[in-house]
Design a protein around this ligand. Structure first.
Ligand SMILES: Nc1nc2c(ncn2[C@@H]2O[C@H](COP(=O)(O)OP(=O)(O)OP(=O)(O)O)[C@@H](O)[C@H]2O)c(=O)[nH]1
Length: 538
């Protein structure tokens, strides 16, 4: 290194020492160029509830401009109007898997200001947020300015699943959103702020029941609408969970308030104000504000009013220099988005029963399979194509006895089967064989039904069948025969998911249930738990 090079090198170092940000820039740039490795889908936690604050863009300001010329020394107003702010729009997209790509704060762009020569400001750009198919919108604050544009509720209705999609015309429908209709679905929490107090009065309809929980803990929220009475435990969990989720993601402070702060206030939540169930459906959740008037429009407006007031009088020109108006702010809304996957068949079973393996055998889906419990941490969806029919199957994370008390992964994932047409109970025939200390299949079925019912009454009351998996294991054949003797009312399909044996017959069974040819339902009465009890076989 020559002397001049050494001097240059030293000078560069001196500069770095004087301004430490230079060193930081170097180190940051190194980090940026490192290849980011994304965690596999299964390992990422599914975000299926998300709270957002959306604000439409403010309108641009009107312009105050006077155009003067040699012949008109006094000048004439020529200020243009401000542009309208952009809207915040939710769009249903099948490419989205969950709500993890969303941000808590969503702002549409502000409209441009008007300018001289009567030039109108540009319209603020809309903010279009992609949400997954099956997103349900709950309204926490504000109003939804529009309805879902391409509603598909008629497609859901024929499923006629009790307690899932609300079809009562007196209640809120996805097609029409109005304050009167939504007011019946209200949750009350404790109240402290004046602003929210007025909302509480607004929404306290005769149907609204307050379960009287005047403490400031967030676990004490109650359900006002009788429609949601059965879900109250779940909903209080839900509030708690969504707070925790947000804490996880954004640290303690979310949207300027901590979850604890939030819990001290009352929140009125209008449930199911809209749902996006089909690709391409859109809903405007926050409208952009109108642009302000430029002084030219102001002048015209005041001329018209003055003419109206005294039509015979001469209209004076004193208002020529009227000041322009400021653009209106965009509307604000606080929403909770909840994802309820839509599938034809829901696979329900204990951990390790072989649900993910079965999904892989039925469809081209490649879920993670492992010989340990709780391999599945999020619902998986697969498409089954079989001759002339195709259906979607949802593999739900394993349920265990006491899931409703939050054991295992809890039963939060069960919301993903609320909208499935058919239930397939997957039982492990080998669970209690030999040294295995698992639960016999008939007890597995009993526990599964109880967990479904604990989650939501009537959830198990839909067409169903039983998949007796792992029939390839030694001794499983006898257990299958015993299961057939103990379970009545539904078909039982012996399957080896790993060897793909019995899968075509199972597909046939699912097709018949979905087409309505068969309407078998598994009920607690149809399961014989104790050997001395009488049984009826189908
Ligand atoms: N012998 C045999 N083993 C199977 C069969 N199906 C699945 N298994 C095994 O059972 C274990 C659990 O399978 P998974 O498909 O992960 O079970 P799961 O029900 O999805 O489990 P969770 O993710 O915990 O809910 C794996 O080791 C599979 O290889 C089968 O038909 N026969």
């Amino acid at each position: 290194m020559s002397l001049s090079q050494k001097v240059l090198y030293l000078k560069a170092w001196q500069r770095c020492l004087r301004s430490p940000w230079l060193i930081q820039t170097y180190s940051f740039s190194d980090i940026v160029h490192k290849k980011m490795k994304l965690a596999p889908l299964q390992e990422r936690r599914m975000i299926d509830r998300f709270r957002i604050w959306a604000k439409g863009g403010d309108g641009g300001n009107g312009c105050n401009s006077i155009r003067r010329s040699r012949h008109d020394r006094r000048g004439r107003p020529d200020g243009g109007n401000g542009g309208r702010g952009g809207d915040v729009i939710l769009e249903c997209s099948p490419t989205m898997w969950d709500l993890s790509a969303l941000q808590h704060h969503i702002n549409a762009k502000r409209g441009g200001n008007g300018s001289s020569k009567n030039m109108i400001g540009s319209r603020g750009a809309d903010k279009v947020i992609q949400v997954p198919v099956g997103t349900v919108i709950h309204l926490v604050e504000g109003e939804l300015p529009s309805a879902v544009e391409k509603s598909s509720s008629s497609k859901l209705d024929p499923w006629e699943i009790p307690g899932t999609v609300d079809t009562d015309s007196s209640e809120f429908s996805t097609q029409s959103i109005s304050a009167e209709q939504t007011s019946s679905k209200v949750e009350k929490k404790n109240k402290s702020s004046g602003r929210r107090a007025s909302r509480a009065e607004e929404y306290s309809t005769p149907r609204t029941q307050n379960f009287g929980l005047p403490t400031n803990s967030r676990t004490t929220c109650s359900i006002a609408s009788d429609k949601f009475e059965s879900d109250d435990d779940d909903l209080s969990d839900w509030e708690e969970e969504s707070c925790e989720e947000m804490e996880d993601q954004d640290g303690d402070d979310i949207m300027g308030t901590t979850c604890e702060d939030e819990s001290e206030e009352t929140e009125l939540i209008e449930y199911n104000v809209a749902e996006l169930t089909e690709q391409g459906q859109r809903i405007v959740v926050a409208r952009g504000g109108e642009g302000g008037l430029g002084n030219l429009s102001m002048r015209k407006a005041s001329k018209i009013t003055q003419k109206g007031a005294n039509s015979d009088d001469e209209v004076s020109d004193d208002y020529d220099h009227a000041s322009p108006s400021v653009g209106l702010p965009g509307s604000e809304v606080v929403l909770v988005l909840e994802l309820k996957s839509i599938a034809d068949v829901g696979l329900i079973g204990m951990p390790n029963a072989g649900k993910s393996t079965l999904l892989g055998a039925l469809s081209k889906a490649k879920p993670v399979v492992g010989d340990y419990a709780f391999t599945t941490l999020r619902p998986n969806l697969g498409n089954v194509n079989y001759y002339d029919f195709s259906l979607t199957v949802a593999d739900i994370p394993g349920l265990i006895r006491g899931a409703h008390e939050n054991r295992g992964l809890g039963h939060a994932f069960l919301r993903h089967i609320e909208r499935t047409k058919v239930l397939a109970y997957v039982v492990d025939l080998a669970a209690a064989l030999g040294d295995n200390k698992g639960i016999p299949p008939w007890e597995q079925l009993n526990d599964l039904i109880l967990e479904l019912e604990y989650y939501s009454e009537g959830l198990s009351d839909r067409p169903s069948l039983v998949v007796a998996n792992k029939v390839d294991e030694d001794g499983a054949e006898e257990v299958y025969k015993e299961l057939k003797r103990r379970v009545s009312g539904v078909p039982v399909f012996p399957v080896s998911a790993i060897l793909e044996e019995g899968v075509p017959e199972l597909k046939d069974g699912l097709r018949m249930l979905i087409s309505g040819e068969h309407t078998h339902r598994l009920q607690l009465d149809g399961i014989v738990l104790h050997q001395n009890a009488a049984y009826v076989s189908i």
